[in-house]
Unconditional design. Structure first.
Length: 555
């Protein structure tokens, strides 16, 4: 009974003690847990959302080359007579640089010119013959005679048509030597025809200055008097001529005889077939009117042969002319003289000359013109080549020129890959419009700007994760006791370091960045770094871009 009473008394002491211990332990655990959560929150790698510029670019390194390289070469032997520009001189397109001479070419050119003139003359004669197959009246008049029958063949040089101009009457009046001195063209004359007792007035057309012996030993000088034909005259009819001169009237020593104004005979240019006869004898024709049409295969073949001869002669002449022209060497581009290897007086010999004139398919370079425009080729991998377009802006930095920066433009994107170890790379050429002091062969760092945005919200790429197609960032819990909370955001432009935030975050908010610790974060939340060539950082003058390819991203 006493043991039971002592046990009950001990329980009254133990139970309150246990309750006190449990209460103290609970309070300790609560505050300890709270301190641990706060400590964990403060140790998370956090960065602040800030505003800045972000850009996506592709970079590479290459060596400077001229856009154009003109070889100052000649293809003929010659002696250097003049040099107007020397090594290192700047020239403009069209500037004369070298003058050479070759006397053999001058002689060859003259021979070629004579041959060309001769073949042109032959061709012209043959062409006239072909044109004469269409028989045309050479003068206006009457067809006195015609020997043309359709379907018949006429021989070369045969007289086929005779045309007489009867619109004008001409009287040959004989004069002695004294009378001849008084008579001159244009003087008026009266002609009396005894057969009709008619008198006509005409004018002196011409006076023979060479005498014609007469049968009785005398010498006559004929004055040719003309007047319009009123009709009714026949050739040989006699008339007496009196010419009115400044010294008085001069009577012809004998009667003159009537002749019609002009007579023309038409001959066949080559053996020909009469295809069509349009006119007939005694028809009146005017000058140029078609009388008949002939055809001649042999004449057409002759014309074709002459045509070939002319073309060959022209080619020969032009070839020699080109050789002589090549003795003057001009700059074809704006640039600088390089590799000059001749002086005045040098004899330039061409290998494998086929003649004394120096004709050869080979050539000898006297120097080069390296264009002022420069270019640099970089290699872009297959993942990025689709982003490169013609005309895109590029920045070229030359380390050898104290990191001077030049503007450039993408001028060529190769369609043919360079494949190595299963990886395709493509050559991209950037052109620098004005090279200035840039020299061929210098190393150049190139940055091709693909896309850029200014003053945008951005975070490091390490802050973004993808879940079910959504971009997610982790933000600290609002209470110190909570874990980081996921938040869906929308992203825009992205490169290898930074991502543009278009929706879901505000400037100054902090986000968790994977892979960073509290000890290496900065006050602005961004890792240390910067300078031209780093994504999202504007270039500063004189800085050299870093290597590597930077890619763009999106939502």
């Amino acid at each position: 009974m006493k043991k039971m009473i002592r046990l009950l008394k001990n329980k009254k002491i133990i139970i309150p003690a246990l309750c006190l211990i449990i209460a103290v332990s609970s309070i300790y655990w609560y505050y300890s847990s709270k301190r641990n959560n706060a400590a964990n929150n403060s140790s998370l790698p956090l960065v602040a959302v800030t505003r800045g510029d972000i850009r996506v670019s592709i970079t590479g390194t290459g060596n400077i080359q001229p856009v154009k390289e003109q070889s100052l070469s000649i293809k003929v032997t010659g002696k250097v007579e003049e040099i107007y520009f020397n090594e290192g001189d700047r020239v403009a397109a069209g500037d004369l640089i070298y003058v050479l001479s070759n006397s053999d070419l001058v002689t060859e050119l003259e021979k070629a010119r004579v041959n060309l003139d001769s073949t042109l003359l032959d061709y012209g004669t043959t062409t006239d013959k072909v044109q004469n197959l269409q028989v045309k009246a050479p003068i206006s008049g009457v067809i006195e005679q015609m020997q043309l029958v359709e379907g018949e063949t006429v021989s070369k040089d045969k007289v086929i048509v005779t045309i007489v101009d009867k619109s004008t009457i001409k009287v040959k009046a004989p004069l002695n030597s004294l009378q001849k001195e008084k008579v001159m063209p244009g003087q008026e004359a009266d002609i009396v025809f005894p057969a009709s007792f008619a008198t006509y007035t005409g004018k002196v057309a011409s006076v023979d200055q060479t005498g014609t012996p007469n049968g009785d030993g005398s010498i006559f000088y004929y004055a040719h008097v003309v007047f319009s034909n009123p009709g009714g005259f026949t050739e040989g009819e006699e008339g007496y001529v009196t010419i009115k001169t400044a010294d008085g009237e001069v009577r012809a020593v004998r009667s003159g005889t009537v002749e019609f104004g002009e007579t023309k005979e038409i001959t066949v240019p080559a053996e020909a077939l009469v295809e069509k006869v349009i006119k007939k004898e005694k028809d009146m024709v005017v000058k140029g009117e078609i009388i008949a049409t002939l055809s001649s295969d042999s004449l057409h073949l002759e014309k074709a042969s002459k045509d070939i001869s002319v073309k060959q002669a022209q080619l020969d002449y032009n070839e020699v002319l080109d050789k002589i022209s090549s003795l003057k060497v001009y700059a074809e581009v704006d640039g600088i003289i390089a590799g000059q290897n001749v002086v005045v007086g040098d004899e330039i010999k061409i290998k494998d000359d086929d003649s004394s004139s120096g004709s050869s398919s080979n050539s000898t370079a006297l120097g080069y013109v390296l264009s002022n425009q420069k270019k640099v080729s970089i290699s872009v991998d297959e993942l990025d080549i689709s982003k490169v377009k013609l005309g895109q802006r590029a920045v070229v930095t030359i380390e050898a020129l104290a990191n001077r920066v030049f503007e450039g433009t993408v001028s060529k994107v190769s369609e043919v890959p360079n494949i190595q170890n299963g990886v395709s790379n493509y050559d991209v050429i950037v052109t620098i419009p004005e090279g200035g002091d840039i020299k061929t062969g210098m190393t150049a760092d190139v940055e091709i700007l693909i896309e850029s945005k200014e003053n945008v919200l951005m975070v490091p790429v390490e802050a973004i994760t993808q879940r079910n197609g959504n971009a997610i960032v982790m933000v600290p819990a609002q209470s110190q006791s909570g874990d980081p909370e996921p938040r869906r955001v929308k992203i825009g432009l992205m490169n290898e370091r930074y991502v543009e935030i278009t929706e879901g975050l505000s400037e100054g908010e902090r986000v968790v960045v994977t892979g960073l610790s509290a000890g290496n974060t900065q006050t602005n939340g961004f890792p240390m770094g910067g300078g031209f060539g780093m994504p999202g950082i504007d270039m500063r003058a004189g800085q050299r871009p870093q290597g590597g390819t930077q890619r763009s991203g999106g939502n």
